[in-house]
Design a protein around this ligand. Structure first.
Ligand code: ATP
Ligand code: MG
Length: 599
């Protein structure tokens, strides 16, 4: 129950699209007077925005409380120590806002709160009898994102609902995870978001199992591969597909070098006489990466027509830092240009190289000197397993090698799934489905952390048999602004936003077509009172504006229902317009309150 008169309420709507706004939600949130930008990735909520965010937060609270969540509120300013204890002070790079206090002590602005919650658990929880615990907060986060953009989708300061569970064992965590997952489904459903649950890479948060909740939208930055047949869905950072089996002809007993003047790309070699189709070639890419703390050159091998996915590459190697090698470094390492590389004898060749390279560790800014005594580390995509009679670069300009049996001729250190999946490929889980790859926005993420933080930070409990064990944790996050952005991206038309009813700033707008008409004005005022008293959130458009302007503004700000008080009032009738369907009907003034309470 909340009422406002537009004449006194601050809703600075804009007629034109703001020039620098690209995605729809960004444009509409600005035009509808919901938010204003202060700086890159930093926004102010105006009154409409604050109402929308409050409604989202109320849903988050209700659903967290329903699964036994207890609300906390932790500080946003953290001492470096807790992040040093968990190891993330160094593991996280420039995304963290760091500062010093007046005494020179290192501090940071919280990106997330595993460390602080674990500190509380460590100090207060001693026994299995105090577990399980489900803790959450709705609080501000800071992340110095490299590319803050797309309005509220990628911010540098945003509101997150973050929850953490503490259990004595894995079984407890599994249970907590399912509770959260179900709560998340209810939250997104209630907020009117069309979402999917997908397998994800856990990234810097650590942990083993994680699921992302994503909303399908072209404005999204994530790519999701999903199967409409069996429901398999995964972020392409993790998704796989089933490749049709390829029967290779047995090749020669040993690989053969042959001249390929001018051939630089996979494509070049497909048309070169004596060359090979892309699926019979090996693509070779050189990176520098830190593997187990040691900077190494890495040669990644894939089938000629496949694309490397860098997140899969880094995840499979456990690489904390990596970058592609520069052309001169590649030549120094393997003795040829990027268009003539291959895995055959690559280890020996690269051990001869002397100069070395440098890798700047993103996390610390430390410059690591890479030497090559061990040569390249070779990681090969699983799609190359068992392949024979393949063609690849010879590590010699203008020369290639054919007849390569991958397992016989290349010293592969690690086999891994490195390949980017594409639409139309076969589902890895079911027999008949094919994958569709679409753009989506991550709106929530749930992780089984396990004992990563409890071990590093020493949060232990005594079990029933008196054994001391690390607490088993989970962490679960939802971005309030992501929900708001997704709601807009999925619900708008040419005229503006169409808020899902559950998070709309008002349930209904009462538009008086002509405030100078005494009768209309009085009827508007009375209806406004009646609707508010009936428990609805009501915006009365009592501005001294033309009806056309008022209608346009009402459409733009997206209130689910509009009641127009105009000429038909003489017959005791008002018009009820559904913002979404644009259908309107005449309703008797006496019936309108009852009717709205129903819908
Ligand atoms: P992304 O991959 O999009 O950067 P993330 O994996 O870093 O997201 P988490 O650390 O899992 O995100 O944070 C939990 C939730 O917080 C995300 O699911 C998202 O809803 C929200 N979120 C994360 N980063 C931002 C941001 N920069 N701006 C707005 N919301 C964010
Ligand atoms: Mg992120």
């Amino acid at each position: 129950m909340f009422g406002m008169r537009w004449s006194k309420y601050f809703i600075p709507t804009l007629r034109e699209d703001p020039a620098d706004a690209e995605v729809v939600s960004h444009k509409l949130l600005l035009r509808a007077g919901v938010v204003r930008q202060l700086s890159a990735g930093i926004y102010s909520y105006l009154p409409l925005g604050q109402r929308i965010a409050s409604k989202v937060m109320q849903i988050l609270r209700e659903e967290m409380n329903r699964i036994g969540g207890q609300e906390f509120y932790l500080p946003a300013l953290h001492p470096a120590e807790v992040w040093q204890e968990s190891g993330r002070w160094n593991a996280i790079g420039d995304d963290m806002f760091r500062l010093k206090d007046r005494k020179g002590a290192d501090m940071c602005l919280g990106m997330t709160h595993e460390e602080v919650f674990t500190t509380i658990a460590r100090n207060e929880i001693r026994s299995y009898k105090q577990l399980p615990q489900v803790w959450y907060q709705i609080q501000i986060k800071f992340r110095d994102e490299p590319r803050p953009k797309s309005g509220l989708m990628r911010l540098r300061t945003f509101i997150m609902k973050d929850a953490y569970t503490f259990d004595v064992d894995r079984a407890g965590l599994d249970h907590a995870f399912i509770d959260q997952r179900e709560a998340y489904k209810r939250i997104f459903t209630r907020c009117g978001i069309d979402f999917s649950i997908v397998e994800a890479s856990s990234g810097a948060m650590g942990g083993s199992e994680s699921s992302e909740f994503v909303g399908k939208t072209d404005a999204g930055e994530d790519l999701i591969a999903s199967c409409s047949n069996c429901g398999y869905a995964a972020n392409v950072e993790k998704a796989t597909s089933r490749l049709p089996k390829i029967e290779d002809e047995a090749g020669p007993d040993a690989p053969e070098e042959f001249p390929t003047p001018g051939v630089r790309t996979i494509e070049d070699l497909t048309t070169f006489p004596g060359g090979a189709a892309a699926i019979r070639q090996i693509k070779s890419l050189v990176y520098f990466a830190t593997l187990n703390g040691e900077p190494r050159p890495v040669l990644a091998l894939l089938r000629g027509d496949h694309q490397l996915h860098e997140v899969k590459f880094a995840d499979s190697l456990g690489a904390t830092d990596f970058r592609p090698a520069h052309p001169e470094e590649i030549r120094e390492l393997l003795g040829a240009g990027a268009g003539s590389l291959g895995g055959v004898r690559a280890k020996e060749t690269s051990k001869q190289a002397t100069t070395g390279a440098k890798l700047t560790e993103a996390a610390t800014g430390r410059v690591l000197n890479i030497k090559y005594p061990k040569g390249v580390f070779i990681v090969a995509d699983l799609g190359l397993k068992g392949r024979r009679n393949m063609t690849t670069g010879a590590n010699k300009d203008d020369h290639h090698i054919r007849g390569v049996d991958v397992e016989r001729d290349i010293e592969v250190d690690q086999w891994a799934d490195l390949r980017t999946v594409n639409s139309g490929e076969a589902c890895p889980r079911c027999d008949t489905g094919t994958l569709e790859v679409y753009k989506a926005m991550e709106v929530g993420h749930i992780f089984k952390l396990g004992t990563k933080y409890s071990e590093s930070m020493g949060a232990t409990v005594l079990t029933a048999d008196g054994k001391e064990v690390p607490i088993v944790m989970g962490s679960y996050g939802i971005g309030v602004e992501r929900i708001i952005s997704a709601a807009v991206e999925q619900n708008y038309d040419d005229d503006g936003i169409i808020w899902p009813k559950s998070i709309a700033p008002f349930d209904v707008i009462v538009t008086v077509t002509n405030m100078k008409d005494e009768k209309l004005r009085e009827a508007g005022e009375k209806l406004y009172e009646d609707l508010t008293r009936a428990g609805l959130d009501v915006l009365l458009d009592d501005r001294d504006e033309r009806a056309g302007v008022k209608f346009k503004d009402a459409d733009l700000i997206g209130i689910p229902f509009r009641i127009t008080i105009g000429k038909k009032l003489g017959d005791g009738v008002v018009e009820l317009l559904d913002r979404k369907t644009k259908k309107s009907e005449d309703v008797k003034l006496d019936d309108i309150v009852g009717k709205l309470k129903e819908i």
